[in-house]
Write a protein that binds this ligand. Structure first.
Ligand SMILES: N[C@@H](CCC(=O)N[C@@H](CS)C(=O)NCC(=O)O)C(=O)O
Length: 206
């Protein structure tokens, strides 16, 4: 498998899932600012017409896109890794519920904070929106669970970890959210997460 990624971008989530599953993943870095594959200079849109990461080449000419779909594909392809409950169960629907929330309510709310052309008012509104989503997550962890859906790490946690890492650089901040801070420390300590960060050149920066 080959993962098209950019360091610290949302592609870190499937990267973590692949490492958790023990997959010997090939990494291809994309220069998002220039829209090219970093090593070759080839237009990334020739590979993924959507022009964004993550994209996962699973062989035989098949390219998968959309982070939430990729992590489910990884979890279902490597069920022994225990990255998601079995499809068709209520527990799996809970994981999907979180993935959808993270994608549509948290991930996309960060958008204006990465857009240098966004008006200041849009950025301020985005910070408020992200903080309210983080508040909901903080409340959800109030029963003492280690991970989003309970005691076990899942693909939803890989996604949340990836997005929450953006809180610092965007000025959102983690604020007074001790359970979320503890969650971040817990995920950060996982060997597969550290391996993914190291491969993206981020381990020493975090
Ligand atoms: N809907 C996509 C969004 C992916 C996305 O926002 N990727 C960002 C990095 S986190 C990107 O590549 N942006 C560059 C661009 O859109 O040109 C997903 O969930 O995978």
């Amino acid at each position: 498998m080959k993962l098209y990624f950019s360091p610290g971008a949302c592609s870190l989530s499937p990267h973590i899932a692949l490492r958790e599953a023990g997959v010997d993943v090939e990494l291809e870095q994309v220069d998002l600012a220039r829209g090219v594959i970093a090593a070759s200079g080839r237009s990334f849109r020739e590979v993924n017409p959507k022009g964004y990461v993550p994209a996962l080449d699973i062989g035989s000419g098949v390219l998968l896109t959309e982070g939430a779909a990729l992590v489910q594909h990884i979890a279902d392809t490597y069920p022994d890794a225990g990255l998601a409950p079995a499809p068709g169960t209520l527990e799996r629907t809970r994981v999907n519920e979180w993935l959808t929330f993270l994608s549509s309510e948290l991930h996309k709310s960060f958008g204006p904070l990465f857009n240098p052309k966004a008006p200041e008012a849009d950025k301020a509104a985005a910070i408020d929106k992200v903080r309210s989503r983080l508040d909901y997550i903080e409340q959800s962890l109030a029963d003492g669970r280690d991970y989003l859906t309970g005691p076990d790490f899942t693909i939803a946690d890989a996604y949340l970890y990836t997005l929450t890492n953006w809180a610092g650089p965007t000025g959102v901040g983690l604020g007074e959210r001790p359970r979320l801070a503890a969650f971040m420390d817990r995920v950060h300590a996982r060997p597969a997460v550290r391996a993914a960060l190291e491969a993206e050149g981020l381990l020493e920066a975090m």
